[in-house]
Unconditional design. Structure first.
Length: 209
């Protein structure tokens, strides 16, 4: 008969406890950041002042240069505009020099050797030539019979009864032409204006005693 081995006591079945290892305390990210910040170098106050002062001086220098460049640009633009206007005036004057010569020849004609018809034809020729030169330079004549009356470009100096209602407030005649140059009115046209009045209304109007 085999002899059975002795069974262990329940207390002996428990393994020997392992000695606990030394646990190092963990550092949190907040503690790491605080430590890093505490170890960063802080710029001294005088260095900060010098750095900011340098930046201000640099910006101020750039501002002064921009102001000088803008002032030069304005002067150059004004000078170019003045030169352009002078050249335009010179071109207009150059265009009427031939007409001025023609006018001088007509003015110095011998009245005893020139008929009134020839003198009148010469003056009309000079007028057409001068008007053609000025029109080419941008001059526009204002005031034509039959145009609608426009107080912005016409000056009414007289009124006439209109032959029919369709001619009411239209230019009847031009006493003095007006002129516009480059879109600007130089002088309004002096005109007489048709005014329509219904005959029935005119007959119904009370007559002065």
């Amino acid at each position: 008969m085999k002899h059975k081995g002795r069974s262990k006591h329940p207390a002996e079945a428990v393994e020997d406890p392992v000695a606990p290892e030394t646990v190092q305390p963990e550092t949190s990210p907040v503690q790491d950041a605080a430590g890093a910040a505490g170890g960063a170098l802080v710029e001294p106050a005088d260095e900060t002042v010098r750095r900011l002062t340098g930046q201000v001086e640099e910006l101020n220098d750039r501002l002064l240069r921009l102001a000088a460049e803008f002032d030069n640009f304005k002067k150059r633009t004004q000078r170019e505009r003045s030169e352009t206007w002078s050249r335009a005036q010179a071109e207009v004057v150059a265009g009427v020099l031939d007409t001025l010569d023609d006018l001088g020849r007509v003015a110095h004609l011998d009245p005893e050797a020139t008929s009134a018809r020839d003198l009148l034809a010469g003056i009309e020729l000079v007028e057409r030539k001068l008007l053609r030169e000025l029109t080419g330079a941008g001059l526009e004549r204002v005031g034509v019979p039959g145009d609608a009356f426009d107080p912005n470009s016409h000056e009414a100096v007289a009124s006439l009864p209109a032959p029919d209602a369709g001619q009411d407030h239209t230019v009847a005649a031009v006493m003095q032409p007006g002129y516009r140059f480059g879109g600007s009115l130089l002088r309004p046209a002096r005109v007489s204006v048709y005014v329509w009045q219904d005959p029935a209304e005119a007959d119904a109007a009370p007559q002065p005693s």
